[in-house]
Design a protein around this ligand. Sequence first.
Ligand SMILES: [Zn+2]
Length: 439
Amino acid sequence: MAAPASLRVTNARLHPTPEHGLKTYDLLVEGDRITSLAEAGSRPARIPADVREIDAQGRFLSPPLVDPHVHLDIALTVGQPRHNATGTLIEAIQIWSELKPSLTVDEVKARALEVIRWEVAQGTGFIRSHVDVCDPNLTAVRALSELRREVKEDGVLSFPQGKELMREAMRLGCEVVGGIPHYEWTREDGIEEVRFIFDLAQELGAPVDLHCDETDDEQSRFLEHVAAHTMRRGMQGRVVAGHTTAMASYNDNYAFKLIQILRRAGVTIVANPLDNIVLQGRFDTYPKRRGVTRVKELDAAGINVACGHDSVMDPCYPLGRGSMIDALSMLVHVAQMTGRDELFRAYEMVSCNPARGAGRPASIEEGACASFVIFDCDDEVDAIRLRPPALAVVREGRVVARTEPARTRIFRQDREEPVTFTPAHSERPHHQHQGGNPN
Ligand SMILES: [Zn+2]
């Protein structure tokens, strides 16, 4: 494959902006690497003749966003074969089981690819997809393996030949072992499932990423088994648990103990606030629980916390457009992370934290892989507030997506005025109004 042409990005504000302040930077990308990173205009970089230029005009340059938890096999099936009238998880699972027998490899691939296109266009550089293995034909596994990635829905033990299907799925190209212990018929089966997942992961040398305790039942406590297996088997840093919404209903005493062992085990927790804010608390009247895991407390305890999109237009969640910034916006609201520092910490949950959880840390520095996004906004907080378009998405040195920002005007007293959604007093490094178009 031919090496990508070189690329020069000028006048970009850099993540993390609390560290870099209002300074802007110039980056030179050669091949798939960042070969120079210096304060804007401070050092005339050696510029290759064929360089492609992007003037960021003071906009925010971020590491690629990461979606650590999405279900590409079920994405975009909303309305097939029918819509979810109650909006509950129980009806969603019923609808999915009605659709599953009619899946074909080509159709699953087409839907998954469409969602990948949406995510990439909005700045996502890495996606980890779960896939349902409870289908005797493993149609979705075959489809996503051709496209790529990971595992699981329905209890492994409670589904006929669940264990054999898991092994077959791994043979077909899944890279990570998943599971869903709280869907087993009994608590004991759930504990046995967790053991099986870790046995299989150890046998194959694969990491683990399972759905865990996605319920409002405060008796659902499989996460402690996940943490214990992680420590006993020396798998610290290679285990991810998704949802863990029951934690929102645990008593504080038990939650405290659990958080201590999760930290020792180095388990990454992935919250999925778009789905869980609508699916959890569904059996409650009032007061109604939020049902999203203890994001703020886990983060404060030093646990690696990330945020996933989870569903995109499927029976569980009929909305969504594959935007990690949308998921982050919901997370910030539901987890009440609107303190100044908390907003910046939350941004890490869709960028650096999930990258670390998947064993793919990313950074913007000389010598690092040239993968990044330029958002049409000033910084991390503005990214959450404005949910701006990704002006340019660069992957391994190549521009893989561009978006032209919208221009908004109002007409007042016979005049046309731009609307920027940014207050006039804001300290923009380059006073360009929203809707400017870095070429
Ligand atoms: Zn999920």
